[in-house]
Design a protein around this ligand. Structure first.
Ligand code: PA5
Length: 425
């Protein structure tokens, strides 16, 4: 179970500090679907709602892909991409011997990146999971066309058997194409926006192909959402939402998400989208940033310690390490490290984290700690459920609709006009 510690922020509280009970109304508006954007709050029900038959299909499809292919090309962007990548890099950072390599494409428009993936893929057997709720997003659509051509060239009449589409149940170009060509389809539910979709087939199919136990993820998520449903000021989602909004009102405009596990990098990217797209609107919103410790202490550490004092820091910690790594003893002690001999890197890292916390608080950066047991399926589910629910509550506390993203259309309009898309103005 996840714990939240805000004691490192208390020194920065003003006027008696955050009133956690304000989160009660936000939580109620969310759960009784009376708040803004309620039609996109189905994600909190996803783990309970997912049918055994759908989970079976996901697991069976993953087994088929794992048995015949050395690579899976996952095509998607934003909410149709970051959750799966976050999960896979957190839980399976290096593919095991029997795991297909997962390549993520369609998350940009770089020709060089795409060609590098094609080179690395080489002549390996591969399958494609194309993920797009709308089916019209340019980046994945272009990559999909390129990989369709490759599949046609490689597999001829069998090419269609290597494509799995995850899209809207009824609408969109991708859905029509899939129906036409007979590609198996997985559904992005109507009431779930992209950035909240990781616990649907959007995240689960790539995760299962990577060797993650998605049934464990779903079981853990059911338990987490149940635990987080308690209406009480000791609910960590209430506390996190209320504390960060209180700190924002006190001038802490930027929240840095930090972790000491490099494998957390894409979970942080997922979190940035979740909070940035949900809260940054109507001229307000905490700017979500991320750092990877201890590496970034040697680059961004200076800024965090002594730059503008408008930062707050949330640190994700895992209680257990998966492995041990003791520092060896060396008789000569030429590097002077024998005071660490026999001590495990996990212990050294935990002490470093305590030292950083003390320094940052002294330097004027409120420090929040989220701790989960282990870097495993349960730990992943705990983080996802916590961050999603807290995001909804935090968005409602700030007065915005956390479930829309009108601002992302502006660049697309210009881009389609400049590219000469028929009908674009
Ligand atoms: O959260 C969101 O809604 C976005 O990030 C979308 O997921 C992203 O733009 C991709 O959209 P689509 O799945 O329709 O291709």
């Amino acid at each position: 179970m996840l714990t939240f510690d805000y004691s490192g922020a208390e020194r920065f509280f003003q006027n008696g500090g955050p009133d956690f009970s304000t989160a009660a109304a936000a939580h109620k508006a969310f759960s009784d679907k009376s708040g803004a954007g309620a039609e996109f709050t189905g994600w909190a029900e996803l783990p309970r709602r997912i049918k055994e038959t759908e989970l079976d299909r996901i697991v069976e499809t993953a087994a088929l892909i794992r048995s015949r292919s050395k690579a899976l090309i996952v095509i998607g962007i934003g909410g149709s991409y970051l959750g799966a990548r976050g999960a896979i890099e957190l839980l399976r950072p290096l593919p095991g011997e029997n795991d297909p390599q997962i390549f993520f494409v369609g998350n940009g428009l770089s020709a060089d990146y795409l060609n590098d993936v094609l080179t690395q893929l080489g002549d390996r057997d591969f399958d494609v999971n194309v993920i797009s709720k709308s089916g019209t997003t340019l980046e994945p659509a272009v990559s999909f066309r390129i990989f369709r051509a490759l599949l046609d060239e490689k597999y001829g009449d069998e090419a269609d058997k290597h494509i799995f589409a995850t899209t809207d149940a009824h609408r969109g170009v991708l859905k029509s194409l899939a129906d036409d060509r007979g590609w198996p389809c997985f559904v992005v539910p109507d009431d779930v926006g992209g950035r909240f979709s990781v616990l649907s087939a959007v995240g689960l199919l790539p995760m299962a192909v990577a060797g993650i136990d998605v049934r464990r993820v779903i079981d853990a998520a059911i338990a987490e959402f149940e635990a987080l449903d308690r209406r009480s000021t000791d609910n960590p989602a209430w506390q996190y939402a209320a504390v960060r909004q209180h700190l924002y009102a006190a001038g802490k405009r930027v929240e840095i998400l930090a972790c000491y596990e490099p494998s957390f990098r894409f979970m942080a990217e997922w979190w940035k989208q979740l909070y940035g797209e949900s809260e940054g609107k109507d001229g307000i919103g905490i700017f979500p940033a991320s750092v990877e410790f201890t590496a970034d202490l040697h680059s961004m550490g200076q800024y965090i310690q002594e730059g503008p004092r408008d930062l707050m820091e949330t640190v994700v910690r895992f209680r257990k390490a998966r492995t041990n790594c003791p520092v060896p003893f060396e008789a000569a002690d030429a590097d002077g490290l024998n005071y660490l001999a026999g001590r495990d890197l996990k212990e050294i890292c935990a002490i470093a984290a305590d030292a950083v916390r003390e320094a940052h608080i002294d330097g004027g950066v409120p420090n929040l700690i989220l701790e989960v047991e282990e870097r495993n399926e349960e730990g992943f589910a705990a983080l996802v459920c916590f961050f999603e629910l807290a995001c909804a509550i935090s968005g409602y506390l700030s007065g915005v609709n956390p479930f829309d993203q009108p601002g992302v259309e502006a660049y697309k309009k210009n881009m389609f006009r400049m590219l000469g898309k028929p009908g674009a103005k």
